[in-house]
Design a protein around this ligand. Structure first.
Ligand code: KG4
Ligand code: ZN
Length: 402
């Protein structure tokens, strides 16, 4: 089957087209088209993501991204037939209703999308949460407009499940029977820090999550305190690495490891950020090496906590496999420690490729495939009908959880 997937939960607008062969037990995924536009440059000046600005940018980005992926997949053909005026009017009215809140997108849609011939796509998948609601709605309404235009079924996808499932096809021989359960997923991004227990395929239980800031958010905020650009993760990481390779002496005042001994699986990174703030205030003007030392100590602290809680969860639940997902998994120190720990404990480790660790639409397509395949055939039929589409209208859920 072929799946067109859309991701707009935060500051990346992304669309991909996947071809999936084989059944749910051992599918193979081929990326026919993939396009992404990051809004980092736009949000950079504000030091974080502004929901209404993200919404505006998604509206601008989605149509060009769609045209790009359709072209890459050889699906970009325009219609030769002309609709009769009455049908045309009804269709335009419907699209105007669906895109009533996305006025910029409606303009692009009418200009560039309406005349594209229906591509051979079986399913349109779109992230419906968790994320920034105004941003999520742009993707959902766009998906709904495409579903209406081409009469293709739609499926809402949980962004966090996307991060988890996208890691699995990484191993060469993808087969569900090769996975060892129970698994733990450590999800660490700008918006989330969660430990999820997966006792069997597609079944999730959150063991713990952050009580305040997410790990990536803490990286971003500490970077801001140190006068480094957004997103802060890669910058902090670069400075921390410098401190390690040049063997700088550690800070005189070590930072706390919040909740490391809390005996549960929750996290808290807000106090750590405040500790950096006070430290910087007390240190006065910072030299480059001061910044490198602070970056290293902060990174060590975050990684210590993430590693320790993940290890506790692995031991408590007799876990056989560890998945890590989300933007912070690009952190080399975290990767190194988790690789070492998994090896020591004899646990299979699933790491995302770089392009799959940050937000993308491929992971949404992969997740959609598994979820669509597991639904009974009768439900699938319903989803494929117009009535079913209406009944299962997708809604943005900013706090969507497992
Ligand atoms: O998953 P993601 O792309 O978007 C969200 O859903 O949030 O994650 C982005 C986050 C940002 O906070 C960024 O600073 C962090 O991932 N990040 C890193 C690194 N690269 C990106 N954090 C630590 N070390 C890195 N190398
Ligand atoms: Zn994400």
């Amino acid at each position: 089957m072929k799946i067109l997937s859309i991701e707009t939960s935060c500051d990346e607008s992304a669309i991909s087209i996947l071809e999936v062969k084989g059944g749910i037990k051992n599918p193979t995924f081929k990326i026919l088209g993939n396009a992404l536009r990051s809004q980092i440059k736009i949000h950079e000046q504000y030091g974080g993501v502004f929901p209404m600005m993200a919404k505006r940018e998604h509206q601008k980005n989605l149509t060009p991204l769609l045209l790009k992926v359709l072209k890459e997949s050889n699906f970009l053909n325009t219609k030769s037939e002309t609709l009769n005026p009455k049908k045309l009017k009804t269709r335009n009215l419907k699209l105007e209703t669906i895109l009533a809140r996305e006025t910029d997108l409606l303009v692009h849609f009418k200009k560039h999308v309406i005349n594209i011939k229906k591509p051979a796509i079986d399913l349109i998948a779109v992230t419906n949460g968790p994320g920034l609601e105004p941003a999520l709605w742009v993707g959902i309404n766009f998906a709904q407009a495409l579903g209406e235009l081409w009469d293709i079924p739609l499926l809402g996808v949980n962004h966090m499940e996307g991060h988890i499932l996208s890691v699995l096809p990484n191993k060469k021989e993808f087969s569900i029977s090769n996975f060892k359960f129970p698994m733990i997923a450590l999800l660490v991004s700008g918006g989330h820090t969660e430990l999820v227990l997966i006792k069997k395929f597609l079944s999730y239980e959150i063991l713990g999550k952050t009580r305040d800031d997410a790990a990536g958010e803490a990286f971003d905020k500490v970077a801001r305190i140190l006068g480094l650009p957004y997103p802060g993760g890669p910058e902090i990481s670069r400075l921390a690495q410098k401190a390690r390779t040049s063997h700088l002496a550690p800070l005189n005042f070590p930072l706390p490891r919040p909740m490391i001994h809390s005996k549960d699986f929750d996290f808290s990174f807000s106090g750590l950020k405040t500790a950096v703030l006070y430290l910087v205030r007390d240190m006065g003007i910072l030299s480059d090496t001061d910044k490198e030392k602070i970056a290293r100590e902060f990174e060590d602290s975050t990684v210590d906590v993430l590693e320790s809680k993940t290890k506790d969860a692995i031991l408590k639940y007799n876990v056989k496999s560890l998945i890590i997902g989300g933007g912070v998994t690009a952190n080399k120190e975290l990767q190194k420690r988790l690789k070492l720990m998994s090896k020591k404990l004899g646990v299979d480790l699933y790491l995302p490729e770089k392009k799959m660790s940050t937000d993308n639409a491929i992971m949404i397509g992969i997740s959609a495939f598994f979820n669509f395949s597991k639904t009974p055939a009768s439900h699938r039929k319903l989803a494929q009908s117009k009535a079913g589409r209406k009944k299962n209208e997708i809604k943005a859920e900013g706090n969507l959880s497992f």
